[in-house]
Design a protein around this ligand. Structure first.
Ligand code: DGL
Length: 279
């Protein structure tokens, strides 16, 4: 069969572009379609039901655009929607197609690097309250103890381009104070946006830890997955093509998105409910 499918990458907004950047660094040859649901972002404070509904619409859109595999780059959606989508939605609607998330790669990497088996997670409220990291770590190694801190202000700060303000460091320091007496040796940046704040997070942790950033590990994990699933890999085209869609204004997405992706991008408008793109 001819290779004619793309790898879809979905996020609530811009942040997933840092995940795509990490993937493209390891696997530049494949074609990718990115969708950011910027019109309805942030997802992090939304209910489980809403996140599931929005994620289903995104999955429909990307499969209609002929994706052969979708990565849900958003931690909030990976936490609240992924399992239901994998077990119920796509098995009925898109048998044979696959949707993957970002939690497991980050959790597996952290389990490898921790020595004292005490791991911290910072993420949105949706991710922390879903207990999805707890579930994944329990499967990997039940001896691992995890400590989670929701940081609801951080993603909006990055979206507003306020990461270099002095007030941002004060907010980060305040969130990280939670870990002072927890003795963790590894910290997962469990939100697409936190990679941009990595240096500030390291600087403001009360003590030294190893920081695991999903965008640094996801490419290798996907490479391994594709090598194990040649029935999917053989359909993905290799023209190095990237197509970007947003549900909101394309100009703002192009400006902020370029920061997350690390290079200039051109963006098209997507209509999720109709599943059809305009422009
Ligand atoms: N993409 C989201 C995540 O990784 C952060 C932004 C949001 O709350 O939508 O959880």
């Amino acid at each position: 069969m001819k290779r004619n499918k793309s790898i879809g990458v979905f996020d609530s907004g811009f942040g997933g572009l840092s995940i795509l950047k990490g993937i493209v660094k390891t696997l530049p040859e494949y074609d990718y379609i990115y969708l950011g649901d910027t019109a309805r972002a942030p997802y992090g404070a939304r209910t489980k039901e809403t996140i599931l509904e929005f994620t289903k619409q995104a999955v429909d859109f990307l499969f209609q655009k002929n994706c052969g595999l979708i990565i849900i780059a958003c931690n909030s959606a990976s936490s609240d929607a992924l399992r239901k989508i994998q077990r119920e939605y796509i098995t009925k609607k898109y048998p044979g197609l696959k949707v993957l998330g970002v939690l497991i790669p980050g959790a597996e990497e952290s389990a490898l690097v921790t020595k004292n088996k005490k791991i911290g997670v910072i993420a949105t409220e949706a991710t922390v309250f879903s207990k999805s990291f707890e579930r994944e770590f329990y499967k990997i190694d039940p001896k691992i103890k995890i400590y989670q801190r929701a940081c609801p202000l951080l993603a909006p700060i990055v979206e507003e381009g306020q990461e270099d303000k002095d007030s941002t460091e004060i907010i980060i320091k305040d969130y990280l104070e939670f870990f002072r007496n927890k003795d963790i040796d590894t910290l997962i940046l469990g939100c697409t946006h936190y990679g941009i704040l990595k240096e500030k997070i390291i600087k403001n942790m009360p003590y030294k830890v190893q920081v695991v950033c999903e965008s640094d590990v996801i490419g290798k994990k996907l490479e391994g997955y594709l090598a194990r699933h040649l029935e999917i890999e053989k359909n993905i085209s290799k023209n190095g093509k990237r197509v970007f869609f947003t549900t909101d204004t394309t100009t703002r997405f192009e400006k902020l998105g370029s920061k997350f992706f690390g290079k200039k991008i051109e963006v098209k408008k997507a209509n999720l409910l109709g599943g059809v793109a305009s422009k």
